[in-house]
Design a protein around this ligand. Structure first.
Ligand SMILES: O=C(O)CCC(=O)C(=O)O
Length: 260
């Protein structure tokens, strides 16, 4: 089954990202919202899912949860089979496999992300496609994503010591806001530069990010999380400033409190 016509394939090639409105029905969005709430209420654990907390004007709030797919059957079915896997595989022009997954909550006052490409943080495989699912609406005020169209064709762009696009280069780039409504998806490759502002609204802006690689390149998901856990336990013990990151790159602008 194909999900995209030739005009959408052309947009993908030209821009490096593609929004598909109402990919999920109202009923499916309700389920996704319920599952995200369930995952966000799970107690912290040392060896399963990971929760990251940030300081907001309303106190400590979750900024991110990840590695939840093995522990949530409905979420697992939705992201490892069916139409999400189908549309990502279509863009890859081959079968895709899940590389990692996360929920970025961005509650009111939650931090934004400086301009970056994902590729420096996504090791082991050199190309990925992420499917963003808008669980809440995301607007410029609540912290939607901004992309620099067409700049996915240039490899790494002005990679700085934080693993991000150097600020002076980012300032000169063109940025397009891509707001999303609940049920919309937004697909983007790991070389497209993107960024997002903090949430200056009073509404939550929860988004699910599902990242895939070509199946022919292998299944790296467990290795990715084992490596991330190991890296973060090292940052915690070496007094490193990297403990204030939520990724191996320092793109997050919120005030990180803890990783659990
Ligand atoms: O959720 C956001 O606002 C942006 C997230 C992002 O770019 C990332 O997690 O790499």
């Amino acid at each position: 089954m194909t999900h995209l016509n030739s005009a959408l394939h052309r947009d993908w090639q030209n821009n490096g990202y593609l929004k598909i409105p109402t990919f999920f029905s109202t009923e499916e969005v309700k389920d996704l919202q319920t599952w995200v709430s369930e995952i966000s209420s799970w107690e912290p654990t040392e060896d399963k899912w990971m929760h990251h907390y940030e300081s907001t004007p309303e106190g400590a709030r979750l900024s991110r949860s990840e590695n939840f797919v093995p522990y949530h059957t409905d979420m697992k079915n939705t992201v490892t089979s069916g139409k999400v896997l189908g549309v990502v595989s279509e863009l890859m022009a081959e079968s895709a496999v899940l590389y990692k997954e996360k929920i970025n909550y961005k509650y009111p006052g939650g931090g934004g992300y400086v301009a970056h490409q994902d590729a420096p943080a996504y090791e082991f495989v050199d190309y990925h496609i992420t499917c963003l699912i808008s669980v809440d609406s995301a607007t410029p005020e609540s912290g939607c994503l901004y992309f620099s169209p067409g700049r996915h064709k240039e490899g790494f762009i002005a990679l700085d010591e934080k693993g991000c696009v150097a600020p002076e280069t980012a300032l000169k780039m063109e940025w397009i806001a891509v707001p999303t409504a609940p049920g919309d998806i937004l697909l983007f490759g790991s070389y497209i530069p993107h960024k997002s502002p903090p949430n200056r609204s009073n509404e939550s802006r929860r988004i699910i990010y599902l990242t895939y690689n070509a199946k022919s390149q292998g299944d790296w998901r467990e290795r990715y999380y084992a490596d991330k856990r190991q890296a973060f336990s090292q940052y915690a013990n070496d007094g490193s400033k990297r403990n204030k990151q939520i990724s191996k790159i320092a793109h997050f602008q919120g005030k990180v409190i803890s990783h659990e």
